[in-house]
Design a protein around this ligand. Structure first.
Ligand SMILES: [Zn+2]
Ligand SMILES: [Zn+2]
Length: 220
């Protein structure tokens, strides 16, 4: 990379004056069963007590059935890390690629990008993609857009590359996303502070003060 290119790419990473830090919404914690809940499931499914169970197999089986039972009644109760198939349309189950081709997704995608001013939450460049931090049905239906984050292609692939390379956990994707968003937020704040200091020195050149910190998306 020659000096000109290096200067140019550094310049393009500098946040513009109207850039806003992104707040990543909290993902609600999953509910935990009580012992009575597990006992009820064990009776319902006929899963007997065992004398020795060093790997906690029985408890894990009960946990699985307890979650499955509850999720059928309340599909939005648990966090969904990834999906291959989607069951929110009256026409029946579709695969994820068909969902991405749907008019519903086009509307959600467009709305998220517009609200974020088409600015990548990880670097401030032009955003063209929307990342899911949660796939529970209400998010897929567009009723809760708070776990959706707009990103440029490069930042989005960085978030998911973690998944395909070393390990496959949702936590790794989250860590990478938080790292880039925090880094860019810090750059925005530093540039706003520098601008404030400039304005103090030359009050006659003062422009509009930055507004409050905004989340990219809100719950609908
Ligand atoms: Zn980016
Ligand atoms: Zn994504």
């Amino acid at each position: 990379m020659n000096n000109d290119v290096a200067k140019k790419s550094r310049k393009s990473r500098r946040p513009s004056i109207d850039a806003r830090p992104t707040v990543l919404a909290d993902i609600p914690a999953d509910p935990e069963p009580t012992d009575e809940d597990l006992e009820r499931i064990s009776v319902k499914m006929g899963i007997k007590k065992v004398d020795t169970d060093p790997l906690n197999t029985r408890r894990n089986t009960l946990l699985y059935f307890w979650k499955d039972d509850l999720q059928k009644k309340l599909p939005d109760l648990f966090h969904v890390e990834f999906v291959d198939f989607i069951d929110i349309f009256p026409e029946g189950i579709i695969n994820y690629q068909h969902y991405l081709d749907s008019n519903l997704w086009a509307e959600i995608w467009n709305d998220c990008l517009t609200r974020a001013n088409h600015r990548c939450a990880g670097c401030g460049r032009k955003a063209t993609q929307v990342h899911h931090r949660d796939y529970r049905p209400r998010v897929l239906r567009g009723e809760d857009r708070s776990p959706l984050v707009v990103l440029c292609r490069s930042c989005h692939s960085k978030v998911h590359a973690v998944r395909t390379k070393d390990s496959k956990s949702w936590e790794d994707c989250e860590r990478e996303l938080a790292r880039m968003v925090n880094e860019y937020n810090a750059a925005i704040i530093a540039s706003q502070l520098a601008k404030d200091n400039e304005d103090k020195k030359r009050p006659w050149r003062r422009t509009r003060a930055p507004g409050p910190v905004m989340s990219v998306t809100d719950k609908v």
